[in-house]
Each structure stands twice: as C-alpha cells, then as structure tokens.
Ligand binder design. Structure first.
Ligand code: NAD
Length: 355
C-alpha cells in the first residue's frame, strides 16, 4: 500500500485538490493500492498551528511515498513576518525532503493550440520536459548579501556554486526521465562565461556515458531562450541549473498559454516526489468553483508515472483529459467561442467519467 499525503493549501488549492482526489478514488476503485491522508500547509498551516509547515504535516509528508499539493498563499498573510509566510511551507517541504529535481513539463494539447500567443503551427503538439536543479546554485550559494564598501557604496553579491555530486544527481535524474520519453536531452549552461557551468557541461558528458541510448546536446542559456520561442518542438528533455531553469520553465509554460493546464513534480534521489500545479493559489477566483483543476489532475498522472510506477494509469489520466477537451469542455480560463463552459467540479466529474 502506497501512502499519499494530500496538502490542499490555500485559495483555490482545496477546490482543485478535491477534483484530483476524485480521480485517485476512481483509480483506487480500479485496484490502485493507496492510502490518502490530508494535512494543512501554507496559510492554512499557519492558521492551524502558527507555522506554515506544521510539525504533523511535515511528519506526514516524510512518511508518504508521494505528496499532492494544491497551492499556498493569499492576501491575508502577505503582511506576516517572512519566516511564517505561506511560501515558507513550500520551501520547507522542498528542503526537508531533499527534493532537488524539479520537473516542469510544457505540453500544449492540440485542442488548445489557439491559447498560445505563438502561431499554432509552432506550438501545436508541444511536449517539453524541463528538469531544473532545485536545491543548489546561486539561490543558495554562500557567501551572499549586501555589504558596504570602504567608499560607502553598497555592493550586492551572490555565489553560483555546484559540486560535482550535485550536478551528477540532477544529470542522472534527467537522463532517467529521458529514458521514459524521447531519449533526447539538451543541457543548458553558460559555459562560455561561467566556470561553474563549464564543470556542469563536463559532468553531464560523464553521466551520458552511462546512458548510451540517450542523445545529449548542449546549449548556452541565451540561445535556449531564443530557441524556445523560435522552434520549441526541437526540445524533448532540457536539464539546467536552478536559476536558468526558473526562468526557462516559466517561458516554456507560457508557450502553452494556459497556466491552469500545467503540472509539476519535485523528486528526491529515490523517486519520492511532491506533485503540484505550476500556478499559485489564485485568490482572485478562490471559492467560486471556476478554477481549472486539470493541472492538478495531470500532477496526479505525473505522480503515478514517477513515484508510484503506474505508467499505464498515468496514461489513462492523460487520455481522459484529452477526451474531455475533445468533448469541448472548458473552464473559464481556457474557454473560447463554441465550447461548453464548465465549473471546477464539473470538469473533475467529466475526467472521472472519461476514465
Ligand atoms: P497565480 O498563479 O495564483 O494566479 C495568476 C493568474 O492566473 C490569476 O489571475 C489566477 O486567477 C489565474 N489562475 C491561476 N491558476 C488558475 C487555475 N487553476 N484556473 C484558472 N485560473 C487560474 O499567481 P499570483 O496571482 O501571482 O499569486 C497568487 C498567490 O499564489 C500568491 O500568494 C503567491 O505567493 C502564491 N503562489 C503560490 C505558488 C505555489 O503554491 N506553488 C506559486 C505561485 C504563486
């Protein structure tokens, strides 16, 4: 029996997670051997215990095989001290569970090709996986800070640092994923300027020797940004550093034009993972039953594929999502003329029927 921690969080979190839980319950009735337990995180965690990551929630997440998270944050917590803001709940989970490998797919279903700002022929059928290193690099490197120089001028500084072992583990994670996909990886760096990413390139070459079936190429980050917008379908898996991945994955997400459709995963070295939509808690539409639950439902598909070893069930969920799109069902964020507008719960029910 696999244990799944369900952390709905704030804003639209509880609404979209409820739909994803319906999907898991449907699969459980079909033989998926899981136990689900729910706990508060983010603003909800703060309200329950004074901490965005309550001790009981962390304990539940630690003993789970996988975690499904909605989203955290909301206006009412924005003035809190930074140490107890909802986002700290997320960062705490990532660091406590050593979730160093962030998987950010950018998929554009052909039914939604018009949602992109790019021409349909450039993006229709897009399916990229960006693997971003999540716990190292310049966001965590020491020394860091703002200091005052002798002449009284202030100077800000951060450090880009990666050890070989950190690069190797994100490399292996990306190559393992490439083996489950198109067996093609593009490693993105700035090796012409940054020594640290020269090492990155070197270690990627070393890891590639263990994956003879996977074709590895390298690209400088500035070119990668251009290519993502010019001809994004040339990419299958992209692997890159924390900061480059932060920027490129948002760029790739926007190729699809629909924030409510994109799932994500953050994995540890053993394949345990936290799965969540890429969007936030959308406080502007919370409680109205209008949010798009598909990113969260597709996060469940990623969970089945990457943590629970149930690829066939993952495929079934993705096909069910395609099928509801084919039926013309759309939540407000992806609605266009001639389609049928549905609520959050109607969309969840439609996916369950298609399953
Ligand atoms: P957001 O992603 O919550 O919302 C951006 C816009 O997209 C809003 O107009 C929202 O209504 C819409 N949107 C988002 N998800 C949607 C969905 N599933 N269906 C339909 N529309 C959707 O980003 P924001 O407004 O910048 O942030 C709101 C809050 O979320 C803040 O507190 C922020 O800190 C938090 N946040 C949390 C996460 C996370 O939990 N991983 C990520 C980003 C932002």
């Amino acid at each position: 029996m696999k244990k799944i921690a369900i952390l709905p969080g704030d804003g639209i979190g509880p609404e979209i997670v409820a739909e994803a839980v319906k999907v898991l319950e449907c699969l459980r009735a079909d033989g998926l051997d899981i136990e689900m337990n729910e706990a508060p995180v983010g603003g909800a965690g703060y309200e329950a215990s004074g901490k965005p990551l309550p001790d009981d929630t962390l304990a539940l997440a630690k003993e789970a095989d996988a975690i499904l998270l909605g989203a955290v944050g909301g206006y009412q917590w924005e003035s809190l001290d930074i140490s107890v803001r909802p986002e700290k709940g997320l960062l705490g989970l990532r660091s406590e569970l050593e979730l160093f490998s962030n998987l950010r797919p950018a998929i554009l279903y052909k039914q939604l090709a018009d949602a992109s700002t790019l021409k349909p022929e450039v993006v229709a059928g897009l399916d990229i996986m960006i693997v971003r290193e999540l716990t190292g690099g310049i966001y965590f490197g020491q020394p860091r800070g703002v200091r005052t120089l002798d002449n009284g001028e202030r100077q800000g500084f951060n450090t880009l640092v990666y050890s070989e072992s950190e690069i190797e583990r994100i490399g292996r994670s990306a190559f393992d994923i490439a083996m489950k996909r198109g067996k093609k990886i593009c490693s993105v760096d700035k090796a012409n300027v940054l020594e640290c990413t020269e090492l990155w390139r070197d270690v990627m070459e070393h890891v590639a020797k263990d994956y003879p079936e996977v074709a590895l190429s390298h690209m400088y980050v500035d070119n990668a940004a251009m290519q993502l917008v010019r001809a994004p379908k040339q990419f299958d898996v992209m692997v890159t550093t924390n900061m480059f991945g932060d920027i490129l994955s948002d760029c790739a997400a926007m190729l699809t034009g629909s924030i409510g459709m994109l799932p994500s995963a953050s994995l540890d070295a053993n394949g345990k993972g936290m799965y969540e939509p890429i969007h936030g808690s959308a406080p502007d539409i919370a409680g109205q039953n209008v949010a798009n639950p598909l990113a969260t439902i597709l996060s469940v598909a990623m969970m089945l594929r990457y943590s629970l070893n149930e690829s066939a069930m993952a495929d079934r969920i993705e096909k069910a999502v395609e099928s509801v799109l084919d039926q013309g069902l759309r939540t407000a964020d992806i609605y266009s003329d001639g389609m049928q507008k549905v609520s959050t719960s109607e969309m969840g029910d439609a996916v369950v029927s298609a399953l």
